[in-house]
Design a protein around this ligand. Structure first.
Ligand SMILES: Cc1cc2nc3c(=O)[nH]c(=O)nc-3n(C[C@H](O)[C@H](O)[C@H](O)COP(=O)(O)O)c2cc1C
Length: 358
């Protein structure tokens, strides 16, 4: 309700400014103890995925809280999990503004933020300053990447550095090799480069597991623009390297559905409604090949409860959203949870509710 009133004002502003104002207002609301009035109450729908117990299967996708400074405030919207980041080892400003565009007719966003963030040290400090979301059972994913000026041949060093810094603060770590806004990042999804990256990260995780006496699950986030034929190969590599989940998908470079619309020619990644179908297709291709060997986190164009159910029915164990939140407001979280509950995509197991596998 509150968001229905605020939306026209926010949509009259530059997209990134509106985003910052909303986060600031939500944070204020949270600090004053009134943020929970913004969201509908979300009833529990517990699921167990990657060995973690999620209070519900609907999460916030990476990129909205790049600095991990708003976990508790965003958590008050009812998410079962929040993925903060992408964080890079060193702080960086990202690309020049404007770098986020609202395509209202298409219910979409184009962004070329370029991993603007405060660096890994500040990121982890921010995580440590917040407890409320996790104390209530919320699951925290920390999404890692590489600095824009690190040559692609040395990407592993950046991912390793980030993994070391965030390991003890995360419930799971997401490895982002699919943002279109960092030069050559997506090439890390090619068989040879992915093998090198995952070998290095598995080694590092073993060391961290011994040091911290806990195994933190790692999920790898992939692009929707991969050729269909390469998706099974990537899935096999993730299983081989003992990854714990695959996140499908990041934003797309495709523009097919946007012809003639304002901002359609802006460079960057497209998210929201035009991505729904392709992201679901990628989830389906993964599920068909993996047959439950690895859980899938479905993301891309979830604008309604129906879209969330479609991702689960395609084989996702969890879903995430970002752009839908901008267009529909925070009640989308409860809508998705309720739609998933009604669809019975989350099956009951003898040990209690657990997420359905494809
Ligand atoms: C403004 C913006 C910034 C984003 N930044 C990141 C990021 O830093 N890391 C990442 O893995 N994904 C990032 N994403 C991608 C989202 O996490 C998500 O995968 C994508 O937007 C598709 O979901 P949606 O259609 O629900 O938005 C970003 C998306 C948007 C719109």
């Amino acid at each position: 309700m509150l968001y229905t009133l605020a939306r026209p004002v926010l949509f009259s502003l530059d997209a990134e400014l509106a985003h910052e104002l909303t986060l600031t207002a939500l944070q204020r609301g949270h600090d004053l103890g009134i943020a929970r009035w913004v969201a509908k109450h979300v009833s529990p729908l517990p699921v167990s995925v990657m060995g973690l117990n999620f209070p519900n299967p609907v999460g916030l996708a990476a990129g909205l809280d790049k600095t991990a400074a708003h976990i508790d405030a965003l958590g008050s919207l009812g998410f079962g999990f929040i993925e903060a980041g992408t964080v890079t080892p060193r702080p960086q400003p990202g690309h020049a503004k404007p770098r986020m565009f609202r395509l209202v007719q298409a219910q979409a966003l184009i962004n070329r933020m370029g991993f603007n963030n405060q660096g890994a040290d500040q990121f982890v400090d921010n995580v440590h300053q917040q407890r409320a979301f996790r104390d209530r059972g919320g699951i925290l994913g920390l999404n890692i990447g590489k600095n824009g000026d690190t040559p692609i041949e040395r990407a592993l060093e950046d991912y390793r550095t980030c993994l070391r810094r965030v390991y003890d603060a995360a419930d799971y770590v997401a490895v982002n090799v699919s943002s279109p806004n960092t030069k050559e990042l997506r090439s890390l999804q090619s068989a040879r480069q992915l093998d090198g990256l995952l070998t290095g990260l598995t080694d590092e995780r073993k060391r961290l597991e011994d040091r911290h006496e806990k195994r933190v699950p790692i999920a790898v986030k992939i692009a929707p623009d991969l050729a269909d034929e390469s998706i099974p190969e990537i899935a096999d590599q993730l299983v081989e390297h003992e990854m714990d989940a695959v996140i499908a998908t990041n934003t797309t470079l495709a523009r097919d559905q946007l012809r003639g619309q304002k901002y359609a020619d802006e460079s960057g990644g497209l998210s929201g409604k035009p991505l729904t179908e392709r992201a679901t297709q990628v989830v389906h291709l993964l599920a068909r090949h993996l047959r439950g060997a690895l859980p899938i986190i479905g993301v891309g164009g979830i604008m309604s409860g129906v879209d969330a159910v479609e991702k689960m029915q395609a084989g996702a164990s969890l879903v995430q959203l970002y752009t839908g939140l901008i267009y529909s407001g925070p009640q989308l979280v409860a809508e998705c949870v309720e739609a998933i509950r009604k669809s019975e995509c989350v099956a009951l197991s003898p040990r209690g509710p657990t997420s359905q596998r494809a």
